[in-house]
Design a protein around this ligand. Structure first.
Ligand code: BDR
Ligand code: CA
Length: 313
């Protein structure tokens, strides 16, 4: 089978980094056409730099990296240094990138690529706030019909929120963008906190990354070591959730995940619940389903896949 063509839209972030590594470790399944950076976990200059650090760590300086929007559509940027550290990639010591940032704006790269490739050929994989994707849809509505699918990390239903009591970070940062994406009519598959909080890097799982003995395995172990302190304190859990790699794992092994095709609306107005993903999990409204909202993951299968693939780099 020919590899699936994807664009990774991202705000690295340690878990974004692991997602990028997983994709680049899987060339027979996934063809990464480009990586587009967005402001999120840390400001844009850092996310666009971190994406290149990760490509070089994977030995793939040929992957084009584009900088996109430096702030959400209609509000001030909220960042998450309290989780990811000052650089966004705190943990391992990694060299500054040598590979250049591409000249084009990420939004134009997304538009041009979706128009150039066959209709239905490009899957978008957002791992951060949805600003770049929404901007692309607003600027070039013709591409919405041509996108194969969007598989994103964001939102929550049973787990409710991680940045506010009711909102998950990626959706909260740019609810207006999320609203545009969920209303776009493009097929959306969602990896919410309900799934990612089951993908916990326990000590034995982290030891397996480290035991790979490679620069990638050691860097991944050090990254998760760093950001797990936050989640352990906050949730009392046994390890950090590896949110964003769930998106790439879904492309590789959809059978590891289960969910429901339901209606998902984004709260864009309420101060109290801004950015909430109102998922009609119990199908109690007549609102039309617009997203495949995942609810569960085979966590052991996920970590077996991840460790095996990272071991190739
Ligand atoms: C999401 O927010 C970021 O902190 C992570 O990278 C992930 O994409 C989890 O809420
Ligand atoms: Ca992210």
């Amino acid at each position: 089978m020919t590899p699936r063509k994807i664009i990774i839209d991202t705000d690295p972030g340690q878990d974004d980094a692991v997602a990028i590594l997983l994709a680049l470790a899987s060339p027979e399944d996934i063809d990464v056409l480009g990586i587009t950076a967005v402001a999120g976990n840390v400001p844009l200059p850092l996310t666009s730099k971190n994406a290149r650090i990760v490509c070089e760590l994977a030995g793939r300086p040929d992957v084009p990296v584009y900088a996109g929007c430096d702030r959400p559509l209609g509000r001030a940027l909220v960042t998450a240094e309290h989780v990811h550290g000052k650089t966004g990639l705190n943990g391992p010591v990694l060299p500054d990138p040598v590979m250049p940032l591409q000249q084009d704006h990420a939004v134009d790269f997304i538009i041009d690529t979706v128009r150039r490739e066959d209709s239905g050929a490009v899957t978008l994989c957002p791992l951060g706030p949805l600003t770049n994707i929404a901007m692309a849809f607003e600027k070039a509505p013709d591409i919405m019909d041509r996108v194969a699918e969007i598989v994103l990390m964001g939102g929550a239903y049973f787990e409710v929120g991680n940045i506010t009591p009711t909102a998950e970070f990626n959706i909260y940062v740019d609810p207006q963008a999320a609203d545009i994406v969920f209303k776009s009519g493009v097929e959306v598959t969602v990896m919410p906190l309900d799934v990612t909080h089951k993908a916990l890097v326990t000590k034995p799982r982290n030891d397996r990354f480290r035991a790979l003995g490679t620069p990638v395995g050691i860097a991944v172990a050090e990254m998760t070591d760093f950001f797990e302190r936050f989640d352990k304190e906050k949730y009392g859990s046994t390890g950090a959730p590896l949110h964003d790699p769930c998106v790439i794992a879904y492309l590789l092994r959809p059978d590891l995940f289960t969910g429901r095709h339901v209606n998902v609306e984004i709260e864009t107005r309420s101060d109290l619940t801004l950015g909430m993903t109102v998922a009609d999990w119990w199908r109690v409204t007549d609102r039309a389903p617009n997203a495949m909202f995942m609810g569960d993951v085979d966590a052991d299968g996920f970590f077996d896949l991840l460790t095996d693939r990272l071991g190739r780099l």
